[in-house]
Write a protein that binds this ligand. Sequence first.
Ligand code: MG
Length: 173
Amino acid sequence: MATQSRGHATQLLRLYEMRVGIGHDTHRLVEGRPLILGGVTIEHPRGLAGHSDADVVLHALTDALLGAAGLGDIGDLYPDTDPRHKDADSAVFVRETLQRLQKDAWRVVNVDVIIFAQQPKLGPVKTTIRRHLAELLDLPADAVNVKAKTGEHVGSIGRGEAIACQVIVLIDH
Ligand code: MG
């Protein structure tokens, strides 16, 4: 009997699968561009340079999702040489990636995000970014966490030359 239930448990474990994915991105801060982080436009004299809207958070999120599902990376799927993606809203990359995951019956469990920026101070907008990401991913707000770090005034982040983002995601089916 015990052997039989152990066999059943093993079968269930095979049916239920979890995967993690990690994503990272960095973009340069330049004059004359809007600053968009996690789909939220933030008042700041400089914005991120890039082919699309350069949303470092949504790029890192896309890469984390692709990584978890074993689907490659954002550079493979959305090359910055493609004119279709010029100034594109990066939410498109996330939505299309979610569709790819759904095709394989993957569901996003939770997401943890760290944004590295010396300026602007992200404390006041963290909750807005979190809410926006939760909506984009169709997740409850407590399944999406957003943390902000400075660069401690050293390196490219600390000198305010760039903003970076790291995302980790858990998916299951
Ligand atoms: Mg990028």
